[in-house]
Design a binder for this molecule. Structure first.
Ligand SMILES: C[S@@+](CC[C@H](N)C(=O)[O-])C[C@H]1O[C@@H](n2cnc3c(N)ncnc32)[C@H](O)[C@@H]1O
Length: 384
């Protein structure tokens, strides 16, 4: 990989740099951060045993592009503080300065702070997750106690004033969610798939990176017939499922019940079947995977772990692996390396600007024809 970008320190563009936990890498140019992320991913691929790597594709989002923000909130003397999690201690109120959110989300920071200050259900600390969907902002509050009737009335007014589609609450992450306000149907489209995501659904953090990831996956697929089965593991609400359904028959697996249910209820008329399945406790076995023409997997941070061995043992020749953790990816892909897979393409996507987070799409094959074609394309052209 060529490395040319300057890594010299620069003045951080945000006045809260150093205290705020949102951005750890603001003292270097964005291009240097992208280059460093590419280096980390390349190191992970080498650690997995891959050599002779092609040049990576890269994509970096612009500031003010986040459509998903997880904020911290804390009751303080005279009001509440809403902002990003500090590196230590209270949330940092970054309302007017934050370079991350889309303007539609940033515009909600101050009004949210005002309404949260009036809620009896916010006793000490809490959280606010905002997803900007096609149907508008979808807000999920984390509150220690159940909102009272007056709290609910204030949130209903707030939703009208700021045109919020839905407000929900839950006592803590991964706990059951209750809808407090629903002003119109909640929806979001992934290509031809129009889903109604559950509250606080996993969404890619920016629209632009979502497209870059989907494009890199589609470009990496082998030539498919319309009847070929694409097994998609860790499908979420369908970010990749929709685009994949335009090129093959998708069998989508997802462990989170509400996400799988949202996906399932949107599949009518599309070439998608879904299954709720915990792929750690109940990984797909070789016999299941043998039915796939290609496997696309996008595991959580911990990686796909026990799913990798059956995949390596199956007859599947082509895999597209989407990663949000180079460390887990190195472990998972080492299993495929030992089973004869090589890397055809890899794309690094930087959608969490100024943070160490990095997304990668790795296209792998052990199909001799695809390998031969790739080797030919990378051969240096002989001088005439
Ligand atoms: C990185 S997200 C990717 C989701 C989707 N592909 C997207 O881009 O929006 C990982 C997904 O894996 C799911 N997941 C986590 N653990 C799982 C498990 N043990 N079995 C099946 N799915 C799991 C999560 O619910 C989440 O939807």
């Amino acid at each position: 990989m060529t490395t040319a970008t300057t890594t010299h320190a620069i003045a951080a563009p945000c006045p809260h740099f150093g205290r705020c936990g949102g951005c750890a890498l603001q003292d270097r140019p964005l291009a240097a951060n992208l280059e460093q992320k590419c280096g980390r991913v390349e190191g992970a691929l080498r650690q997995a045993g891959f050599e002779n790597l092609p040049q990576p594709g890269t994509f970096q989002v612009q500031p003010h592009s986040r459509r998903r923000m997880d904020l911290a909130v804390e009751r303080v003397q005279g009001g509440v503080l809403l902002g990003l999690h500090a590196r230590r201690g209270n949330p940092i109120d970054v309302a007017d300065d934050c370079l991350l959110p889309r303007p539609e989300i940033a515009a909600l920071f101050n009004p949210l702070e005002e309404v949260l200050a009036t809620l009896g259900a916010l006793t000490k600390q809490g959280g606010v997750a905002i997803n900007l969907l096609d149907s508008g902002p979808d807000i999920t509050l984390e509150l220690a106690t159940e909102p009272s009737a007056p709290d609910r009335a204030k949130l209903a007014d707030f939703a009208v004033q700021h045109d919020i589609a839905r407000i929900s609450w839950r006592p803590a992450p991964h706990k059951a969610v209750e809808t407090l306000v629903l002003r119109r149907p909640v929806f979001h489209s992934f290509g031809p798939l129009k889903v109604s995501p559950p509250a606080a659904a996993f969404m890619q953090a920016t629209v632009e990176a979502e497209k870059a990831l989907a494009d890199a996956v589609l470009v990496g697929l082998p030539k498919l017939n319309r009847k070929d089965r694409i097994f998609e593991l860790y499908a979420g609400c369908g970010t990749l499922t929709g685009p994949l359904s335009e090129v093959g028959q998708v069998v989508a697996m997802e462990g989170h019940g509400p996400a799988e249910a949202a996906l399932r209820s949107a599949t009518k008329g599309l070439r998608i079947t879904t299954q709720q399945r915990d792929l750690v406790r109940q990984p797909l076995q070789k016999n299941d995977l043998d039915k796939a023409r290609v496997v696309v997997l996008d595991p959580p941070r911990a990686g796909a772990g026990p799913q990798m061995q059956p995949l390596a043992a199956s007859s599947v020749q082509d895999v597209v692996y989407v990663s949000c953790s180079p460390e887990s990816m190195a472990k998972d892909l080492a299993v495929l390396r030992r089973a004869g897979f090589a890397v055809l393409q890899w794309t690094v996507v930087d959608q969490f600007l100024w943070s160490p987070e990095v997304e990668t799409v790795v296209v792998l094959t052990r199909d001799p024809k695809r390998l031969k074609k790739a080797a030919k394309q990378s051969e240096p052209i002989a001088p005439t």
